[in-house]
Write a protein that binds this ligand. Structure first.
Ligand code: URA
Length: 210
């Protein structure tokens, strides 16, 4: 697994405001969107393009356009939805699929409760969105789901990650073409499974506790 941890003062600044417990939901949502757009710039570095001929007001020339099949963006419900706008802003031609993952209270394994994805993901570049890479369980299950559908190339984008989650994802995706893009790599997970220092419950901070 390739890992890219953002190293840019604008990203660190925006993450600092996001982490602040006094930041209200509307600001949190707006900042999440901005951060994802910045991370998407890095995450799409290897997006496949194809040459096209165009004519400028001055001359004929060759440029590139996003290749077919179009990239697929997959937010993991619910918190990943808060990242969707920021991603599609940068990649408007992408298709969007959805995955709902929940932890089974008996087995503690993540299971899929909702899925809206193309049946065949062969030769699709997939971008999975989930703000917090905590234990890595949901992200690993989501990526496995995409590979079973034929995906060959998956990039996970998370605002924050814990070392425990990165390690788990690395093990779970061994031998697969997977890239992880993180806004920051935090210290650890606490006993309740929260990332430390983290930002709390990303879904609650985006949408309020329900
Ligand atoms: N999910 C969250 O929303 N926050 C954490 O800190 C860990 C998992």
């Amino acid at each position: 697994m390739r890992i890219h941890v953002a190293d840019h003062p604008l990203i660190t600044h925006k993450l600092t405001v996001l982490r602040d417990a006094t930041t209200p939901s509307p600001t949190f949502r707006a900042l999440t969107e901005e951060l994802v757009t910045l991370l998407a710039y890095e995450a799409t570095r290897s997006v496949r393009v194809t040459p096209i001929d165009i004519v400028t007001p001055v001359t004929a020339t060759t440029g590139v356009t996003i290749a077919e099949p179009r990239p697929l963006v997959v937010p993991i419900l619910r918190a990943g939805l808060g990242m969707l706008e920021g991603m599609t802003k940068l990649l408007p031609s992408a298709e969007v699929g959805f995955l709902g993952m929940v932890r089974n209270e008996e087995t503690l394994e993540p299971t899929t409760y909702a899925e809206r994805l193309p049946d065949d993901l062969s030769s699709r570049q997939c971008f999975v969105l989930d703000p917090m890479l905590a234990t890595g369980g949901s992200m690993a299950a989501a990526i496995e789901f995409l590979f079973r559908r034929g995906a060959t190339d998956v990039t996970a984008i998370c605002l924050l990650g814990a070392p425990e989650g990165v390690e788990a994802l690395e093990k779970a995706t061994e031998g697969r073409d997977v890239t992880l893009v993180l806004g920051a790599l935090d210290e650890k997970l606490n006993e309740k499974g929260y990332i430390v220092p983290g930002l709390g419950d990303a879904g609650d901070r985006l949408y309020g506790a329900v």
